[in-house]
Design a binder for this molecule. Structure first.
Ligand SMILES: [Zn+2]
Length: 111
């Protein structure tokens, strides 16, 4: 009976050690990124974190009906583009009377 209890304690000890190791290795190998919040995909895809400068590259659809410029050539606002998607500077885009896309560029970014 005594021997049995001793064995149980050792087993418990090993379990505890493994648990500690598992927790430690979890935080060692980038445990930070594994957040539950990542499940919902962001609706807005911001390419520029801060702001878009006049000489930064933006993207336009060369179709005649297109009036916007985009921070990314993969913006959903360009999905309907039937012509060519072209990269140019923000300055050039504004010269063509293009205004910023509401999907991929916030008002703060073009101030
Ligand atoms: Zn866009």
């Amino acid at each position: 009976m005594k021997k049995n209890k001793h064995l149980h304690l050792i087993t418990a000890g090993i379990c505890f050690a493994m648990l500690t190791f598992a927790t430690a290795s979890c935080s060692l190998f980038g445990g930070d990124g594994a957040s539950d919040e990542a499940e919902e995909a962001p609706v807005v895809h911001r390419v520029f974190i801060d702001s878009i400068h006049p000489d930064d590259t933006v993207y336009i659809c060369t179709g005649s009906g297109s009036k916007r410029f985009h921070a990314s050539d993969t913006c959903s606002g360009l999905n309907g583009c039937r012509k060519e998607i072209r990269g140019l500077t923000r300055q050039e885009a504004e010269k063509k009377k293009r205004t910023h896309c509401q999907i991929c560029i916030s008002d703060e970014q073009i101030k």
